[in-house]
Design a protein around this ligand. Sequence first.
Ligand SMILES: [Zn+2]
Length: 254
Amino acid sequence: MGPSSRQAERHARQITIPEIGPEGQRKLARARVLVFGAGGLASAAIYYLACAGVGTIGVADDDRIELSNLNRQILHNPHRIGMLKVFSAQHTIMGFSPETHVVAYPRRVESVTEMVEVIKEFDAVIDCTDNFESRDLINESCILARKSWVYGAVSGFEGQVMTITPGRGPCYRCLYPSLPQSSDNSARAGVIGVSPGFIGVLQASEIIKHILGKGSLLVGRLLYADLLEMDFSELHVSKNPTCRYCGGHMSMEG
Ligand SMILES: [Zn+2]
């Protein structure tokens, strides 16, 4: 069986979905998605992007695997403690889906200029980081590179997700005009694996719809999920007139 017929068989059950079809499947195969982070959110997002047949997945992270990651980071395993997460992610996806091309960036991207250069190589971005500063950097870089990105965050049994499409909807700074202090970060807060698992899958789902050009994205809609109470709510987010990125363009793009 050749690579193309193997791929067709692998995705047979989704190619029959009218919103996908052979053309949609080709779009997914051609797509290049960049994921910032290789932890809990990324574990779910990357697995399901690979499942869907997204051809190229970039992963950027400079962290190494610790045992305490494994209550949620299902890309990794106990034999890889100390390994850089991006290489573990690459290894896992190679085994699961050999046709998926995983590009590893084993470093922290710290400047907007550098981030824009990396982002330009991709069609869309998923934020699977765990802090406000990284998301702010992703937000600004995606606005400059004019790429859509999906924001996700989790804590405890809760999570939230929103899709940002520059020029169309509000951005991360419209949602958080002033960034919370680093001490408020959830980086070290408690979390159970189902929360990043659930939110990461929603992030992958948003990206897949974006690639296909089908369905309704969470643009201007912050979806909030409380898995403990099984309560889902949606907050309407508008472009903030005082946003440093969106404010001046309200009349043109609002
Ligand atoms: Zn904004």
